[in-house]
Ligand binder design. Sequence first.
Ligand code: ATP
Ligand code: MG
Length: 485
Amino acid sequence: MSIRTRLLLVNISLLGIAFLGMSLFAGAQITAGLRVDYEQRLTSEIALIAQRIAPAVVAYARDESDDPALDTVLAPYEAQIQGTLHVYFTGQSIEKYAGENTARNPVPHPDPPELEAVITGQLLVNQRRSEDGTLYFYTAASVFSEGQPVGIVQLRTPASVLQGLVLQRWAALIAGMIVLTLCAALLVVWVAHRMLRSLRQLQESATRFAEGDLKHRIASPPRDEIGAVGHAFNTMAERIQSMLEAQHTFASNTSHEFRTPLTSIQLRTEALKRAPALSHDTTARRYLDEIDAEVSRLTGMVQGLTLLARLDADRLELGRDEVDIVRFASALCQQMLPQAEDKGIALQLSAPVGPIHVLVNLTHLTLVFRNLLDNAIKYTPAGGIIHWRLVREEDAILHTIEDTGIGIVPEHLPHVFERFYRADRARLRDVPGSGLGLSIVSAILQAYGGTIRVQSAGINQGTTVTVRWRFPRLTQEVDTSQPIR
Ligand code: ATP
Ligand code: MG
């Protein structure tokens, strides 16, 4: 999981937990406050109702009115408090339900707490369930006439009224908290994005540097801890670049210095070979031939190293020679044919009908394919076949050089482009080579923006080298891919 995702998850979870805790606490406080308010409202309402209905209660007690008349007086108050009112008289009582006529009833025993409280001169709100299980709030107040208590008015209102209010508050609270959490989450996303932007820049720079862009540096790192890492990266890149440059200069100078003595050794061996004194000395002549062969090998290696040093230092000049790639391949095959035939190997070429003109340095082109064909011939035993196929693509030419040779063990495959690497040296004891060919080929291809892939199913399974070389093309010719050899 990425740092960004982890940072977001942790922050948003913490915010969620904090907001949930705050909501629960605030909700509990609001619920308690609402209940206190509601009970206070009920007691003040009942006190007020007791005052207002006093004349009607007195009239009823004196039998000057009846149940319907009392109902008419009580109904508006019941609607207002969303409950029912009962009126009790001292020693006897009437029980009153809105819209119903009821008979006089004795005060219920045991006395409900709110009625007992009224007798002791207090106002009390009591909560209890009715017979059908519904929860109600009860409160009561004395009804006075001319300073004398004439009865008690009891109020009963379902708890669902308060519960509805509480629910409304909770809904508002939760909606508010959700909106706040979302805003905070957006803020966290924005902050995380800003913080990680410089980290991403750092990662991109490291990747570009690792891919070989040694001149790349982080432009104006921020003034924080990540910025400090950016500065350290720039310093490190600077040092690595100068170390590599020093190394390339050293390699280039060394290879150059080797050339002169090698040339003079070669000149002297040639002079010695022509010397009449040695014309009959077969041992001396054999040694001279061996020295010659070794000097040629060393000269080849020095040339290869010089080229690699130039490639490393980005000093290879990509050529602008106009080359017909089809004719080039055909000519190179002709050149290599004797070497192949000497070993009893068939060399085949399949290419589109040319010409396909491309701009390239002919020496580089020759170096690449001569090395690849040389490998194919060297590592294919007698009776084998080498097949070079050229396929024209949209903006590149795809070359496949397939041989039926000794193949490469899978664990050696990733290393064949390393300098001086020879896969399975024991098997190659008698095959000449220094292990530089493929590293030169891949370095040239890299300079031209081409790619190379070496595939082999294993020992004696043959090898296939695929080169995709992007060329600036000069002409668009008809492609009727068919073998020409
Ligand atoms: P040089 O090319 O410098 O004369 P080399 O041929 O040994 O020496 P590379 O061309 O770099 O070096 O090849 C590296 C190694 O890859 C070889 O030593 C060989 O083990 C293996 N290799 C390359 N091409 C083939 C091939 N066509 N078949 C089998 N093995 C191959
Ligand atoms: Mg080679």
